[in-house]
Structures are given as C-alpha cells and as structure tokens.
Design a protein around this ligand. Structure first.
Ligand code: BDR
Ligand code: CA
Length: 306
C-alpha cells in the first residue's frame, strides 16, 4: 500500500492520544497535521494534549486549533470521562510549543483546495464541527478529500444516552451537515469499538515492548473506565479504530448503507439512524458503516506501531 496523505481531526482525549500515536507509527499514512476540535476537553487543552503526545513520541506535526464549541450550542465537555486534563492525569511535561496561529478550518481549506482530487484521507474522532464548518464555508474543498473515517454513532445503544454516542451527540447539527455532503464516509460506531477492549493481556503486551510510547498507551488503557456495568474485560478503545480502518481495511467489515442523523433536540437527539437492512425505497446509502473488527489483530498491530 502506498502512503496516503492523512490529517487527524481530534479532541484529545485518552483514545485520541492513542490514535495520534498509531498514525505516527504507521507508514501507510503520510501524517501531515492535527486539527483540534473541542469535545472531550476544550480546544486549547486539546491542542496542548496533542503536542504533549507528539513530544512524547519525539515527533513534530503542525497542530491547528479549530471550533471551540458546537454549531448550535456550547458542548457539554466530557472531561469527567477522560479525567480533568483529558489524558487521565498521565504524567507528561507541558507542551514544547503552542499550536499554529492559523485556524483549523482555514488550514483544511487551504490544504484540500491545493490537493489532487480525492488525495487526502481524514479521520475525525471528535465532534464533527470542524468538518461541517469546512463544508459550509469552503464546499469546493471537499473534492480534495479521499476517505473520511468517522468515529461516532451507534447501530445499537449509545453511550451518552440510549440513542446517542458522544461525538455525534455533541454536535448533531454538524453531523447532519457531514452525512449529507456526499463524502466517502467510513463510520466506525460503538458497535465496533466495543469489540476493541483494552484487556489485561493486551495491556501487558504493550508494556512488554518497553517503548516509552507503548508504556504510555498501556497506562492510558489501564486508567480508562472498564464499563464493568457491561461486564467488559477492559475499556473500549474507540478512536484508534478509525485510524485502523484506513490502514487495514481488511481487518474490518460492514455495510454500505444510509445513515440519518437525528438533530431534533428530542430524546433521540444525536442518534445515527443506520438503515442496516437494504430497501428499494428510503434514503440512499451515504456511508460504509463498520460493525466488526478483528480485535486481536488490531491490538497486535497497535503494540507494534505505538
Ligand atoms: C468518543 O467519545 C470520546 O469521549 C472519545 O474520545 C471517542 O471519540 C466515544 O464515544
Ligand atoms: Ca475523541
């Protein structure tokens, strides 16, 4: 596989941090930049966290801060789930430098408008505000996009409400813009990420590598809530699955179907309504919705790459 140009849009966040490390360690991706959206933490904290993770890896990439809030109303920041700092209190030095002055949306527009059509893959692993703003403000920029892997939504149960998953729920209006834009969307919902559990054995394998970055990943996994209420053997690792879907498409499977977004503000607000069973009537397919991942393979690769 030749290396594909790649940008990560994220809200770091424990699992976002691991997604950064996976992308950095993967030659299949020419990882060019990180754009930040508010979500798990505010945009300033998210940008600082992304830099701290790059510093840990001894890597340098430009980081662009984007939307500090959702399109229609401020985010209900999910800081509690990832600890106050977003990185579960991981002991890392302060960031070595501040983010770029340019806004994330302007960077994305500038880069995508200058790119070959379909040449830049994007993974969005936070609320979709930056991408929605790009599509609204610079619709022509979409032609530079290749695959757009989105961690978000659920075929079944959500995680912030029975209906909705955090990223889509945080900015459902933005998600509605994105899913109606005709992009090559690969949706990585909770149904898949809840198969990628950070079990004790997988954490031990990461530790056994002895690499500081892998040790940090092991620590982040160990600190993540295990959702014992579901009797899980480890916390689900969401965001790196979206990066993995771009790197190893053969490791995942799903269906090309229609996805509608509930942005009504009602009890199902933030729902990704996935039309799993094909019908001749109804909305047209607009996303590849993934439902399965080979979790052992995924963690095997993760241990080698981070
Ligand atoms: C998503 O929500 C965030 O808390 C995680 O970083 C992930 O992107 C999972 O619902
Ligand atoms: Ca995230």
């Amino acid at each position: 596989m030749t290396s594909r140009r790649f940008i990560l849009d994220c809200d770091p966040g424990q699992d976002d941090a691991i997604a950064i490390l996976l992308a950095l360690g993967s030659h299949e991706l020419a990882f060019e930049a990180i754009t930040i959206v508010a979500g798990n933490v505010g945009a300033d904290q998210g940008a600082a966290n992304a830099r701290r993770i790059l510093d840990l890896a001894g890597a340098d990439r430009p980081i662009y801060r984007g939307a500090p809030r959702a399109l229609l109303k401020p985010y209900d920041l999910g800081e509690r789930f990832h600890g106050g700092d977003g990185l579960m209190g991981l002991d890392l030095p302060p960031p070595s430098r501040p983010p770029e002055a340019e806004h994330a949306v302007s960077f994305l527009a500038r880069t995508l408008l200058a790119a070959e059509p379909g040449s830049i893959d994007l993974a969005c692993v936070g609320p979709l505000t930056n991408l929605a703003l790009l599509l609204i403000q610079y619709p022509d920029a979409a032609r530079g996009l290749g695959r757009v892997a989105i961690m978000g939504g659920a075929i079944g149960l959500g995680n912030v409400s029975p209906a909705a998953e955090f990223n889509i729920h945080s900015d459902a209006a933005a998600a509605a813009v994105v899913f109606s834009a005709g992009l090559d969307v690969i949706l990585v919902p909770l149904d898949l990420t809840h198969q990628a559990l950070g079990t004790d054995a997988r954490i031990a394998a990461l530790k056994a590598t002895g690499r500081p970055t892998a040790l940090a990943v092991a620590e982040l996994l160990a600190r993540y809530p295990r959702l014992e209420k579901f009797n899980y053997q480890g916390g689900p690792l969401h965001d790196p699955c979206a990066v993995a879907a771009l790197i190893w498409p053969e490791m995942v499977s799903g269906r090309h179907v229609a996805v509608e977004i509930d942005a009504s503000g009602g009890p199902s607000h933030g729902r990704t309504l996935v039309h799993w069973w094909p019908k001749s009537t109804g909305p047209r397919p607009n996303a590849l919705v993934l439902s399965e991942i080979d979790a052992d393979q995924f963690y095997h690769h993760l241990s080698n790459r981070v």
